[in-house]
Write a protein that binds this ligand. Structure first.
Ligand code: C2E
Ligand code: SIN
Ligand code: SIN
Ligand code: FE
Length: 385
């Protein structure tokens, strides 16, 4: 390749990089994408992105390790990466193990052999350091000044994409938190185990959806919308909702309206998530054979999301104690779901449920995680996003 061809090639990669990174709003995927692109652009063996966590003054990174990923944390000031975060100045080291600044701990964890390192700060538009961008082991010779220039350019593109993704995650995490709190408030008169029941429904529904092969975004919508399925119970009188005995026919007619109230609360929303939640609230008591409520919808007339949540809801409702009934053994609840295949439930959804039944038992066995009422949030806080 001539020099001119090489430059043109790099320019092409840069343009592609800019286009790719501005489209991805999922932080983990964005970080992966950036790392892969940078490895290619700088002909290096590895690119690691360390993000600064202000509350602990640590840098964290997810690093490929065997088949999975390991989270690595480095205090600001420690090693090459910590030094760059502290001073804001790039470092170009041709032989890592000959440098006294190098911290070999990470290599020990990942069993990677670092040779050359080029590290530059990730700065946002205000010039604040939000992390460190590091490439390791250039394939031919040490990193040169041109590599340094390119990495700085890439790092400013990457920094703004990363900040956007972080902002986006904060917004949607706080939306989700609001939704969960709303759902819990609505139901907590009903049962004190509401939070755990909602978490089960959320996870079972997502697992069934995923096993049915739905797209990731759809699975996510079902996961976060499903806890709102009974929100209409806010409008049901205590005398009915809390009755520690069987409802009269008249009372049950009133109870059935929770689907209509729920739909009213959730419909005509802008967000996709709430639109899915509306369908689920409206139709989670419809039955596959057309004998359900409120509209006696049949088969495919019932939105798929509602057919999924219906199985998750009934299974978990059976396994939980209620003011009007004791809890059932999971095996008995599973038998009930099977018996109702093609009657109450979509047989394909039942099949998916049976396929993932061991995973469901696994979740059910987990101790009550009071602090993780809100799926995903606790985990995300821990990973520093
Ligand atoms: P839920 O307690 O969350 O129950 C959701 C669904 O799980 C029920 O929808 C039903 O399909 C299933 N399920 C729950 N427990 C049993 C059971 O012991 N046997 C069978 N075969 N299925 C069960 P459903 O029946 O449309 O009820 C909707 C909601 O109405 C219930 O939500 C609950 O809040 C209330 N409800 C239903 N029956 C009674 C009752 O006898 N007494 C009281 N106090 N509330 C009731
Ligand atoms: C260091 O920061 O000193 C080590 C860098 C690395 O191996 O990723
Ligand atoms: C969210 O992720 O919280 C909102 C997504 C949507 O509106 O579809
Ligand atoms: Fe319901």
């Amino acid at each position: 390749m001539t020099r001119a061809e090489e430059l043109e090639n790099r320019l092409g990669l840069l343009v592609k990089f800019g286009g790719l990174v501005t489209k991805e709003t999922n932080l983990n995927k964005l970080l992966d994408l950036i790392a892969k692109q940078v490895e290619e652009i700088l002909s290096s063996e590895r690119c690691s992105i360390f993000l600064l966590e202000a509350s602990t003054n640590e840098l964290w990174s997810k690093i490929a390790h065997g088949i999975g990923q390991t989270e690595i944390r480095v205090p600001v000031g420690r090693g090459i990466v910590g030094q760059v975060a502290l001073t804001g100045a790039p470092l170009n080291i041709s032989d890592a193990y000959a440098s006294e600044k190098f911290n070999p701990e990470i290599d020990r964890i990942t069993r990677f052999k670092t040779k050359s390192i080029l590290a530059v700060p990730l700065k946002n538009v205000n010039g604040n350091i939000i992390g460190v961008f590091e490439v390791l082991n250039k394939r031919h010779g040490p990193f040169n000044e041109e590599d340094e220039g390119i990495l700085q350019l890439l790092s400013s593109l990457a920094a703004s994409a990363i900040e956007n993704a972080q902002l986006y995650e904060t917004i949607s995490q706080s939306q989700l938190e609001t939704i969960y709190r709303l759902a819990i408030t609505a139901e907590y008169r009903d049962q004190h185990d509401t939070a755990i029941h909602l978490r089960h429904i959320s996870e079972y529904s997502a697992m069934i959806a995923s096993s049915l092969g739905l797209a990731e975004k759809q699975v996510e919508n079902i996961k976060y919308a499903s806890p709102l399925h009974d929100i209409g119970k806010v409008a049901i009188a205590d005398a009915i909702l809390l009755k520690p005995a069987k409802l009269t026919a008249e009372e049950f007619e009133e109870m059935k309206k929770h689907t209509l109230y729920g739909a009213k609360i959730l419909c005509n929303a802008q967000s996709n998530l709430l639109q899915v939640a509306c369908k689920i609230a409206a139709s989670h008591h419809e039955k596959f054979d057309g004998t359900g409520y409120p509209n006696k919808l049949k088969g495919g007339q019932i939105p798929l999301e509602a057919r999924i949540v219906s199985v998750a809801d009934v299974f978990d409702a059976l396994c939980m104690p209620r003011v009007y009934k004791p809890s059932w053994e999971p095996e008995k609840a599973k038998e009930y779901i099977l018996e109702e295949s093609s009657k109450s439930f979509d047989p394909q959804v039942v099949k998916a449920f049976i396929d993932i039944y061991p995973d469901i038992l696994e979740i059910q066995r987990q101790p009550d995680p009071r602090s993780t009422i809100i799926p995903g949030i606790h985990k995300n806080l821990k990973s520093g996003t």
